[in-house]
Design a protein around this ligand. Structure first.
Ligand code: UDP
Ligand code: MG
Length: 330
């Protein structure tokens, strides 16, 4: 088993790949890195091709014969970075797991320092693009996103969504990622009880290709933020969320309906032309619905469905154990 699994999610990054793999190998061959391990150092590079259509796939395949550490997992279509990371996490054999973007914006030589930090007793070390080399249209929203996330979660790191991160394997095995939740990995990790920290890393401007995240990321970011808030606060007790709302609505509805009914029985006031009657009925039904939703949520959260969020087209150079996990024969 290798000590380190490097996971590279990639979507149409052909031009960056030769340099990326070259730099990764140089970083992996550094003596300083090997010195961090008592046994002989070995690694694997798991390239997760998230449905590229620019020939990235063929290029990686052509590298594999001369680079036995490179493995390839290809998706049927573009499933998103979160899915690509999940697939990589599932495959990773190393005690330590590292993720790095394919676009050369992250510095592979930062991995060594991050592992050192991990060995100080942390479970997750997240990169911090202290001097970010991106246009204002990216850095500004990202400042806002990081600020809001810090505020709501109380986690004090600066850069939640840095592509380069180093984990102990236990963390990656524990994380269950959906949607675009890779942005909130530190939040989910901390919520699971893991110790997280950050380390400033060098950031580079994008040389080739273009960013895969346009303005749609604002919405998916918002929805995922709500999901993460919900998951970290109420996942194991959805009844606390829906139950309270349901109960309030039901009690209000009940009181109103009782009032209308008593009016009819005691004072013989007509029922049919009173708008408040409809409000009463509405609140009663809403209350029952919210309650049932909470109950369903409870059932879901305990049955813990683990269906995967991607379809594999092919895998190349996986170990037998890894292939088995994906149920694929090479
Ligand atoms: N990526 C991916 N699937 C996607 C979008 C992006 O695997 O659907 C990869 C992409 O190839 C890159 C990394 O995720 O390696 C980060 O993406 P990008 O550089 O576009 O994000 P940015 O740095 O602009 O935030
Ligand atoms: Mg990038």
């Amino acid at each position: 088993m290798p000590q380190l699994s490097v996971i590279v999610p990639l979507f149409n990054e052909r031009e960056s790949l030769p340099d990326l793999v070259g730099q990764l190998y140089s970083a992996m061959n550094e003596k300083g890195l090997h010195d961090l391990f008592s046994e002989e150092f070995s690694f694997e590079i798991i390239m997760v091709d998230d449905g590229s259509t620019d020939g990235s796939n063929a290029l990686i395949r052509s590298m594999i014969p001369s680079k036995p550490e490179v493995r390839l997992i290809s998706f049927q279509r573009n499933f998103g970075k979160t899915a690509a990371l999940s697939a990589g996490f599932l495959a990773a054999n190393g005690d330590y797991v590292c993720t790095i973007d394919a676009d050369l914006q992250d510095d592979p030589f930062a991995i060594k320092g991050m592992i050192k930090k991990l060995q100080e007793g942390y479970d997750l070390v997240s990169g911090w693009k202290q001097q970010r080399k991106d246009p204002l249209s990216k850095t500004l929203p990202s400042k806002l996103f990081n600020g809001v996330t810090r505020l709501f979660t109380g986690i004090t790191i600066h850069d939640f969504n840095c592509g380069i991160k180093v984990y102990r394997r236990e963390v990656t095995q524990r994380l269950e990622l959906h949607g675009d939740m890779h942005r909130y990995i530190p939040v989910l990790a901390q919520w699971n009880g893991f110790r997280i920290t950050e380390l400033p890393v060098k950031h580079r401007a994008r040389q080739f290709g273009s960013t895969k995240y346009g303005s749609s990321r604002f919405f998916s970011g918002l929805f995922d933020f709500l999901s993460v808030l919900f998951i970290t606060r109420y996942l194991r007790r959805p009844m606390h969320f829906f139950g309270m709302a349901g109960l309030t609505s039901f009690v209000l509805g009940f009181v109103i309906s009782l009032y209308v009914t008593l009016d009819k029985i005691l004072l013989n006031k007509p029922v049919s032309n009173r708008p408040i009657l409809f409000l009463g009925i509405l609140l009663l039904i809403l209350g029952v619905q919210l309650f049932s939703t909470g109950l369903l949520g409870e059932m879901l959260s305990t049955s813990n469905s683990k269906s995967s969020s991607f379809t594999i087209r092919e895998t190349v150079n996986l170990t037998a154990g890894q292939s088995k996990k994906f149920g694929s024969a090479e």
